[in-house]
Design a protein. Structure first.
Length: 864
């Protein structure tokens, strides 16, 4: 192919001649818009000039060959030559798939190319013949069978190794076809592979068994120009080795499958079915049976089987007698038994099974821990002896079966143990739940006994709860009167229609004597109501199991507790312990109730005495108040008269007048003391009776309290005591009965003045607290023991000291103070320690000032 000059369609013929001359080519390509428009050859230009056209003015488009033939670049030389011959053209443009011109083939260049191709083909053929000769020589000399076939499948060469392997001479094979020399290969893998290699000209390799020679061959077939080269060697031993390996692998896989089933399942039926199926398939046995030996029944029982032929019967569950024959004796010695033909066995106890299980037998014992479990039985209907490898495989399977049996038995033991443990756990759990329920019931009864003194409520509720918890038909309690010798049923809980009510029934203890004697020995007795005494107590239509338990304490027998159940059920030990504990709590409840009744009677009697005493004191106070008022008035009038008479003239005082003044002072002081006592008694009586209504007013303590305390300044100054008044600024207004409050604070200040030594301090203060306010009176130098702080508010109580008459007093002041404070809805408490005693009166007020607000008191006085 040559590259040709290119011209546009409007180029002149003269330009075309010049291009042809310069390029020494026979034609130019006329291109229009990059596409081939035509070819202008040297002959076209010469014909135009000969016709008389002007070459300088005539275009090549006018003289060129329009629509020239083109050839695809992928076509062969033969196609190009054929087109040139058919169309009588000397030039053939070559175009690619896009239509672009790649060049031009001329007739001369095409002839040169064909000559070169012919020379190459001849050289290749020569080389191929030489190569075939070398290949034939090489295959003929290799140490293996080799023969060459022509395309008609005739033998053209056979080496010596091939003669030995094929067991035929060269003279017998040369010139014959494969199918004539070896007609047995027709339709075999040899036939198929040879034809495939010849047809595809691709080498093949395969292994095949040639039955007439009973040999395995590895074959290589190489196609050649002349036919087929066949190379082969005898691999029978290798194939036998591979077959043994494959068989061994299959046996190991079967064994592994049995082991895997053992791992995944502890069900012996599944394990036996898998084992018999695997070994029957692998050893090509007609039957494989797992047989269990049952010495206690003297039989052998088939537990699993596998048979390849559906005609054979399923013998699972069939039993054979434990005959005293040689095969069974060998099995019991753990020996493997092989029987070549069961029908020919001399022992009739053995050959009796020939019709059912004909053929060759293999019996492998299954044993562990010196105990025969059974055997694995394999049968073949063909009289083919069992190979050693097959016996070994059967023994290996049996070993795994023995392990599986042991595992299954251990698993069953573990399961049984687990079930036993589970049962025990459930029993213990039930016992624990029952114990917790009993404990809860006992706690409820104990709490009820502790919190209540109502004998009827405690015992009746206890009977109902105990009857429900123990699921009894009836539970009752009777109280015993030892003096009268009777038992009265007072509390009962009936949970069945078969038990009649007996509440209120009074029984003689003599009637219950047999039961009572047994109870006195152990505190309780359990019996069945086959006769009296149950008929005496209740009208019943059937018999019961009865538990009778005494209700006793350290002081004697209080009552009896009876529980009834159906006669087929008894009371267990935990239930009896619960009943005894309940009986103990009932005894405590009865004793507490009786003690409470006695104490209540004493309290009622004491209250009556106190009422009589208070009424007496009130009456006496009223009766004494008028005479004492008259005595006080008479004393005052007498004092005026004596002063007017000059008897109390201090400037001229005689001994008689001093004595009269002293007597008069005693009379005056004692009269005042008696009047105060009477007033305290009357005030206390009024407060306790509540007959005096409260008069509520609102007062500012910041001014009221200092004014009240100032009334004691002169007395404290006389006794050399210091007074401090401390009232906070942020006190809320107080609404109360200030008569009672004044009397309360006054009484506390009087006590403070009375019991405070000289040079000590008395403090009156008021402060806001969270939710209210406090008023306090404290004095230093005095402490009250903790044991006395509550008793000082009792009537007529005075703290013991060395000189009870030193301070005087009636013991009613603080009692009156407490009653007054409580009447006002406040509270009072005592704090004492570090040589200081403080009385605190606390009021709760809705307006709750902040307790942290502290300001300087508006009043603070100190008297010396």
């Amino acid at each position: 192919m040559q590259q040709q000059p290119l011209l546009a369609p409007d180029a002149t013929v003269l330009e075309a001649v010049q291009q042809l001359s310069q390029n020494q080519s026979g034609c130019v390509l006329v291109m229009k818009q990059q596409q081939l428009a035509g070819i202008c050859t040297e002959q076209d230009c010469l014909r135009a000039i000969a016709a008389g056209v002007n070459p300088a003015a005539t275009t090549v488009e006018a003289v060129m060959t329009q629509s020239p033939l083109t050839l695809s670049h992928s076509e062969t030389l033969s196609t190009a030559w054929q087109m040139m011959q058919d169309h009588q053209v000397a030039y053939l443009p070559i175009v690619n798939d896009q239509g672009h011109v790649l060049g031009v083939i001329t007739e001369h260049s095409l002839l040169q190319a064909r000559e070169a191709a012919i020379l190459d083909q001849q050289q290749t053929s020569s080389n191929l013949q030489a190569s075939n000769h070398r290949l034939t020589t090489m295959f003929a000399s290799i140490p293996a069978g080799f023969h060459a076939l022509d395309r008609a499948w005739r033998f053209t060469h056979v080496n010596q190794h091939a003669e030995a392997l094929l067991q035929k001479t060269q003279q017998e094979l040369l010139g014959q076809t494969v199918w004539e020399a070896f007609p047995e290969v027709v339709g075999t893998i040899f036939d198929h592979e040879f034809h495939q290699a010849m047809a595809t000209q691709v080498s093949v390799r395969f292994e095949a068994f040639y039955a007439p020679l009973n040999r395995w061959f590895e074959v290589y077939a190489h196609p050649s120009q002349d036919g087929l080269f066949v190379y082969y060697q005898d691999v029978t031993e290798r194939c036998h080795f591979y077959s043994q390996l494959q068989l061994q692998a299959q046996r190991e896989q079967a064994l592994n499958r049995v082991i895997q089933v053992m791992r995944n399942s502890l069900d012996l039926t599944t394990v036996f079915e898998t084992a018999t199926a695997e070994i029957a398939r692998l050893l090509q046995a007609d039957r494989a049976d797992a047989i269990r030996y049952l010495p206690e029944h003297s039989v052998w029982k088939i537990v699993a089987d596998s048979h390849s032929n559906q005609v054979l019967n399923n013998l699972v569950g069939m039993e054979f007698s434990d005959d005293a024959n040689e095969p069974i004796a060998d099995l019991k010695r753990f020996a493997v038994v092989q029987i070549e033909d069961i029908a020919q066995h001399p022992d009739p106890t053995v050959n009796q099974y020939a019709q059912m299980l004909p053929g060759t037998w293999l019996l492998v014992p299954i044993h562990f821990e010196a105990t025969l479990w059974g055997c694995l039985a394999l049968t073949r209907q063909q009289q083919q002896p069992w190979q050693t490898s097959e016996v070994d495989l059967a023994c290996a399977i049996v070993d795994q079966l023995a392990i599986a049996i042991q595992q299954s038995q251990l698993y069953q033991q573990v399961q049984q143990l687990n079930e036993t443990l589970e049962t025990q756990v459930q029993e213990r759990t039930a016992q624990l739940r029952k114990a917790l329920a009993y404990e809860s019931l006992l706690k409820q009864i104990t709490d009820r006994v502790r919190d209540s003194l109502d004998e009827h409520h405690i015992l009746q509720t206890t009977m109902q709860e105990l009857a429900a918890e123990l699921d009894v038909l009836c539970c009752d309690t009777g109280l015993i009167d030892m003096e009268r010798g009777t038992l009265t049923i007072l509390y009962e809980a009936i949970r069945s229609d078969v038990v009649a009510a007996a509440k209120g029934t009074v029984l003689s203890l003599n009637t219950l004597y047999p039961v009572g004697q047994q109870r006195l020995q152990g505190g309780w007795v359990q019996f069945c109501s086959l006769a009296d005494p149950i008929d005496v107590v209740r009208q019943v239509s059937c018999r019961f199991t009865i538990l009778s338990c005494l209700i006793t304490d350290d002081q004697g027998v209080l009552g009896d507790l009876w529980l009834l159940r159906p006669c087929d059920k008894c009371f267990e030990e935990p239930e009896i312990r619960l009943i005894q504990q309940v009986a103990t709590q009932c005894a405590i409840a009865l004793r507490q109730s009786r003690l409470y009744q006695e104490i209540q009677a004493q309290v009622d009697e004491q209250e009556q005495l106190n009422d009589l005493k208070d009424n007496f004191l009130s009456s006496v106070s009223h009766e004494l108040r008028t005479p004492m008022s008259n005595i006080k008035m008479a004393t005052q009038m007498l004092e005026i008269a004596l002063k007017q008479a000059g008897t109390f003239n201090n400037t001229v005082a005689s001994g008689d007048s001093n004595r009269i003044a002293r007597y008069f002072k005693v009379l005056k002081d004692e009269s005042e003391r008696e009047i105060n006592l009477i007033n305290d008694l009357l005030g206390l009586s009024q407060v306790e009776s509540g007959s005096d209504a409260l008069t509520l007013t609102t007062v500012d303590l910041r001014s009221w309290l200092p004014d009240l305390a100032s009334g004691f300044s002169e007395r404290m100054l006389r006794q050399q005591q210091q007074l401090v008044v401390d009232v906070s600024e942020n006190l809320p207004p107080l609404t109360t009965d200030f008569r009672y409050l004044k009397r309360t604070v006054t009484e506390l200040l009087q006590n403070a003045c009375k019991y405070t030594s000289s040079q000590e301090t008395i403090c009156v203060f008021a402060k806001a607290i969270v939710g209210g306010l406090q008023i306090g009176i404290s004095n230093t130098g005095v402490e009250i023991a903790a044991s006395e702080r509550d008793r000082i508010f009792e009537k007529f109580y005075r703290i013991p000291n060395a000189d009870p008459w030193r301070y005087g007093g009636t013991g009613l002041g603080l009692a009156l103070v407490k009653r007054l404070v409580e009447r006002l809805g406040a509270s009072i408490q005592v704090e004492s320690g570090d040589r200081q005693t403080t009385f605190l009166i606390t009021y709760a007020i809705a307006n709750k000032p902040s307790p942290d607000e502290r300001v300087a008191p508006i009043t603070k006085r100190t008297n010396h």
